[in-house]
Design a protein around this ligand. Structure first.
Ligand code: ADP
Ligand code: MG
Length: 190
């Protein structure tokens, strides 16, 4: 369960992006936040994994007080929170498989990742996810050679490699055409 209470964010510029936001998400569930540009949607989503530090309020994920965590514990909790962005955030020069396996970074450790040594079960999980999002056979394709819809499907697969308890998704279809958008939303809901 995710419980947000009295969440506020004032940026150093003085912009008040969130004012006293409270809501609870029971699991399993898909919750959509709708609002005009500048309403504070991205700020809200980013507060949940503390990419943005809230000014006040509390965020509790399964009894863990997110805002009270030190850096080390925050890193551990972030492994349970997947994130998917509008702009994909893939490593352009790496292959689809390498991008997916980098989703395991929090588990595998920097040096093993750097040397590109991955456990066989992670590689098997990556192949299974690629099949699930309709990208079988794309493992060796470089990210910069993919279409927008394909990139976002890699982004989704990479986030799922973490086996997250919570998936934060910020305007995942903003740069996609309507048909591809529906396909991406269907995969996300699934
Ligand atoms: P949305 O995602 O709904 O479009 P945002 O969360 O990006 O909204 O922005 C909410 C408000 O906070 C806007 O007024 C925006 O200009 C402001 N804002 C967002 N990020 C920053 C930042 N890093 N520094 C200062 N102001 C920001
Ligand atoms: Mg936004």
């Amino acid at each position: 369960m995710l419980k947000i209470s009295g969440l506020s964010k004032v940026y150093p510029t003085g912009t008040s992006a969130l004012k006293n936001v409270s809501f609870t998400v029971e699991e399993p569930n898909v919750v959509t936040i709708i609002g005009p540009s500048g309403a504070g949607k991205s700020t809200l989503i980013r507060c949940i994994n503390r990419l943005v530090e809230p000014t006040s309020g509390t965020i509790v994920l399964d009894d863990v007080d997110i805002l009270a965590l030190n850096r080390r514990d925050l890193r551990r909790v972030r492994r349970r929170i997947g994130m998917i962005f509008q702009e994909y955030n893939l490593v352009e020069r790496l292959t689809v498989m390498e991008n997916l396996l980098s989703g395991r970074l929090g588990y595998v450790g920097f040096w093993r990742t750097y040397r590109r040594v991955f456990p066989p079960e992670d590689v098997a999980a990556a192949f299974a996810l690629l099949e699930r999002v309709g990208l079988s056979g794309y493992q060796s394709t470089r990210a910069d050679a993919l279409s927008g819809g394909e990139r976002q499907r890699v982004g989704i697969s990479r986030a799922l490699m973490q086996e997250p308890d919570l998936l934060l998704v910020d305007e995942p279809t903003a740069s996609l055409d309507p048909k591809t958008s529906r396909q991406i939303m269907r995969i996300l809901v699934e």
